[in-house]
Design a protein around this ligand. Sequence first.
Ligand code: SAH
Length: 359
Amino acid sequence: MARQDRSRTASAAPRTNLLALDEPALERFVKDLGWPAFRARQILRWLYQERVREIARMTDLSKAERARLSGIAAIERIADCEVRRSDDGTRKLLLRLEDGLVIESVLIPDADRLTLCLSTQVGCTLDCGFCLTGQMGLKRNLAAHEIIEQALAAQDRLEPGERLTNIVLMGMGEPLANFEAVADAVARLTNPRWGFGISARRITLSTAGLASRLAEVAGLGVNLAVSLNATTDAQRTRLMPAVNRLHPLARLLAACRAYPLPPHRKLTFEYVLLAGENDSEQDAKRLAKLLHGIRCKVNLIPFNPFPGSPYRRPADADVLRFQSVLRQAGFDVLIRKSKGRDVLGACGQLGELVTPRRS
Ligand code: SAH
C-alpha cells in the first residue's frame, strides 16, 4: 500500500515538513510562494500555539492558499507516543521517531509547577557510568523539530487546568553536543508571538560540563546547570570519563567563574550522590571549596538506580549530612526529589535497558 502511494507521487517533489523549518527558513519558503511575510507567522502560530496537524485547519489562509500549501508541504507530527504514568503523577512520554528510534520526555508536576524534561539526543555523546542513557552510546542527535515534538506531544496530553510552567533540557543526551538544534528549539519554546511563549528564565539547560561551550548558553538567556558530580579529577574521570578528559575540573570551574551570569541569576551545580563514591564529608568540604565565590545553588540528586547499575543510593542520613556541610559553608542547597522512579522516569533512568557496557 505504502509502495503504491509512493509510486503515485513519484513524479512530485517530496513535500516539505513545515515543522522542520525555523522562522527564517519558513519566511523564505513563504516568500518563494510570492506570499506576504506575515503568512510565515500565521503558519508558525498554527503549528506551535494551535498545534494543528492539518494544513486545512489554517483558517486564516484562503482555501486556495491552503490547497497550494498542502500540495508542497505537510505537518509531520509523530503519532506514536506511549505514556507511562507514575504513582506520584509524573508521566513519561515515549516517542517513536521516523527511523524507529525512541526518545523519552518526562512531565513532572510539583506544587505550583509543571516541568517538562526534554531529550536532546538519542542516547548520549558521553559515557557517565551512573546514567542509563550514557550506557546506550550515541545513536544520533535530535533535530530541532524532534526536540519540539516532545513539547507538542506533552501539550496535547495535558490534563484540564494544567499548564507547562518550566522546561528542563535534562533528558537523554548532552544538550551542548547538539547546540544548534537546541538553540533553534529554545527559540520556538520562548517566542511569544507564535511559539510556546515560555520565558527563557523558566528554561534550564543542564550540561555534563562542555566547558568551551558554556558561554553560548548565556546567549540563549536560559538558566545553566552544570553536573559536577565529583570533587577531584581522579573521581570525576572515574564517574564521567569522556567529559572530564576533555574538560577537567579546573577548566570547567574556570569557565563557570567566567560565565556571564545576568544580575539576580545563579548558576546551578548538580551533584549526583553515589554511596561510598562521592558522598563523604570530605567530598562535601571539597565541593564547598571548589564553588567558593561562585554565585550558585547546589542541587543534590541521590542516585536513582536502574537495572544493572553498579552504584547505590546513599542513606538519607548521609544525604542530609552532605547538605548540612554545604549549608554551613553558606550555600543554597536543595535535595532534588526524584519523581517517577517507578516508571524509570527520574534523572539518569531514561534510555533503553541494555546490558551495561561496563559492569
Ligand atoms: N547531559 C546532561 C543532561 C542529562 S543528565 C547533564 O549531564 O547534565 C541530567 C542530570 O541527571 C545530570 O545532573 C546527571 O548528573 C543526573 N543523573 C544522571 N544519572 C543519574 C542517576 N542515575 N541518578 C541521579 N541523577 C542522575
